[in-house]
Design a protein around this ligand. Structure first.
Ligand SMILES: Cc1ncc(C[n+]2csc(CCOP(=O)(O)OP(=O)(O)O)c2C)c(N)n1
Ligand SMILES: [Mg+2]
Length: 556
């Protein structure tokens, strides 16, 4: 009980977060944050107790990406903060906003070897845009405002606040707490008109232009403007994995099915909120022409020209700048010609690839391959679903087969390639989208990283269909272990029954080994209420269709 007219630091923190639009808090409670989590619930914040800090920090960043405001995770001192660093690093690499609220041992015990004592601000600094300890309860509103602003503005990322036990429990006169302003949404910076003109002139001068749509455009809610731009110009476009859906994957100008050909032959790329990192093969040969020209839009100037110098840089907000580009095209309309060797080259490459994929999708052999399984996952997707996915082959093949028609409907291992993010992402997608069924497609290894979050999903009765595609290992395994022979490093237990994990928590589990069982199981999973897990056994030797280049290294 607090004395009349006083308030605890924990309550101040909860109210400050709520004021700043933090509506979701994920965490694992214990010393010294349990009372804070309770205060958060009292302040009207949805609290989701997770089973590991990694998953909590992954959930917070996905919730931030989906809602457009930073959401938060709270963890105990020492090991709790250390586990959550996984999420800070992933948020930084993905450019997603999140706030981590780390409990800390009491300030007066600093350096004494206190319970779970750790130099947390220093430990997290490398993985955050902003990291600070709170040194007195009345500065909590200020620090929360700073954390929100740093996570949200410019290139989004992670912010950390360190809150010692005595900062949370101390009672202070309620009227002594100064208020902080509520952080407005990020200012939408425009590019200079000359730069917009130069960008459009460059695009018009290209023979083989290609638009690349990154998740930065999804983050800036630029879908309307990007779609308008594609319609006006009729330019072919390619989405990055989480840029999928900004323009529908089913749009006829999508070159997804001819990705390699389009990248290799483009003479100019218009890079929208996407980085020339490993996912886009650095913009370098052999995946691109050595003379490829780059017109680049990004929210931070330092990104312009990374790995390949940009001919034109447009720095600022994706939505605002694409509106500028469209206004220019409104006054001086231009369209890429309907007939060109570029268009027909793309169409031929796409047809060739689609024929191979179609053939693999219609292969009914038992054990099944990825393509056959993913075809039915695709055909049974609930309307307006959000697709979560992680794994190696499971994720890579799934990305090409499962369509995203709307922005921010794909959450995957992302820029950092982190396994274990999926379960937290699925929880975040479900709680921030009440009434929507989420489909989470997991490799058997990927599922294992955060599999105990199935309890979290069942406790909250979240409408998530988890699909585990099981090839007995990391990128593949064996049909059975050989007695007396140590399992090879990537092998996971043949005969495992992952569907029983959800049954242990009262959820619906389905076990699938044949094409006949597949579709009915997926339909039942999606059409029922609450959580479901469909465990699909596939061939331990199933692979992607033959690839010209290694996805991760770019080597042939
Ligand atoms: C945190 C983390 N640990 C390890 C890895 C290495 N890794 C890459 S993919 C993968 C799992 C792939 O296996 P699975 O999820 O079963 O998908 P599959 O390719 O077998 O379909 C692992 C462990 C990683 N990317 N991230
Ligand atoms: Mg596997």
């Amino acid at each position: 009980m607090t004395q009349e007219g006083t308030i605890t630091g924990a309550a101040v923190l909860a109210r400050s977060l709520k004021q700043q639009g933090v509506d979701y808090l994920f965490g694992v409670v214990g010393f010294p944050i349990t009372a804070f989590a309770t205060q958060a619930q009292r302040a009207g914040i949805t609290y989701i107790g997770m089973r590991n800090e990694q998953a909590a920090s992954y959930a917070a960043q996905a919730a931030g990406y989906l809602t457009g405001r930073p959401q938060a995770a709270t963890v105990v001192s020492g090991p709790g903060v250390i586990h959550a660093i996984a999420g800070l690093a992933n948020a930084q690499k993905n450019c997603w906003p999140m706030i981590l609220l780390g409990g800390a041992s009491a300030v007066y015990q600093n350096g004494t070897g206190a319970f779970q004592e750790e130099d947390q601000v220093n430990a997290v600094r490398q993985f955050c845009k902003y990291a600070h300890a709170i040194e007195t309860p009345d500065r909590i509103p200020f620090y929360v405002e700073q954390a929100v602003k740093h996570a949200l503005y410019g290139r989004p990322g992670a912010a950390y606040l360190d809150i010692a036990d005595d900062m949370l429990t101390r009672e202070v006169p309620a009227n002594s707490i100064p208020t902080a302003p509520t952080v407005p949404d990020a200012p939408r910076a425009l590019a200079p008109d000359e730069a917009v003109r130069a960008a459009v002139d460059a695009i018009k001068s290209a023979k083989n232009p290609l638009v690349i749509v990154g998740k930065g455009m999804a983050w800036s809610r630029a879908e309307h403007e990007v779609r308008d731009f594609i319609e006006r110009t009729q330019l072919p476009f390619l989405a990055t994995p989480m840029g999928k859906g900004v323009v529908s994957d089913e749009h006829p100008l999508s070159v997804a099915a001819a990705r390699t050909f389009a990248l290799q032959n483009a003479d100019l790329i218009f890079l929208l909120g996407a980085r020339l990192n490993w996912i886009l093969h650095f913009g370098l040969p052999p995946r691109y022409r050595p003379d490829v020209r780059v017109v680049q839009l990004d929210v931070v100037p330092e990104e312009i020209g990374t790995n390949v110098p940009a001919e034109v840089g447009l720095v600022g907000d994706g939505q605002a700048i694409m509106a500028q580009v469209n206004r220019l095209l409104e006054s001086a309309p231009w369209q890429y010609p309907e007939e060109s060797t570029w268009r027909s080259g793309i169409a031929n490459a796409a047809a060739e690839n689609e024929a191979i994929t179609q053939q693999m999708m219609s292969d009914d052999s038992v054990p099944m391959n990825y393509q056959r399984v993913l075809k039915d996952v695709r055909d049974t997707l609930p309307r307006d679903t959000i697709i979560v996915s992680e794994g190696a082959n499971t994720m890579d093949i799934g990305r090409t087969i499962l369509p995203n028609l709307q922005p921010r409907t794909r959450l995957d291992a992302g820029t950092y390639g982190t396994m274990g993010v999926g379960m937290g992402f699925a929880v975040a997608a479900a709680v921030t989208n009440p009434g929507k069924r989420i489909v989470d497609v997991e490799g058997d290894s990927a599922f294992g990283f955060s599999g105990m979050e199935m309890e979290t999903i069942c406790r909250h009765n979240l409408p998530i269909t988890t699909v585990v595609i099981n090839n007995n290992g990391i990128g593949g395994g064996v049909s059975e272990l050989r007695p007396g022979v140590p399992p090879p490093p990537g092998v996971l237990l043949p005969g495992a029954r992952y569907e029983k994990i959800i049954e242990a928590f009262g959820g619906r589990g389905y076990y699938v080994q044949t094409p006949e069982e597949l579709r009915p199981a997926l339909e039942a999973a999606n059409n029922g209420d609450g959580p479901a897990l469909v465990h699909i056994v596939i061939n331990p030797r199933a692979q992607r269709k033959p690839q010209q280049f290694d996805w991760h290294t770019g080597r042939t």
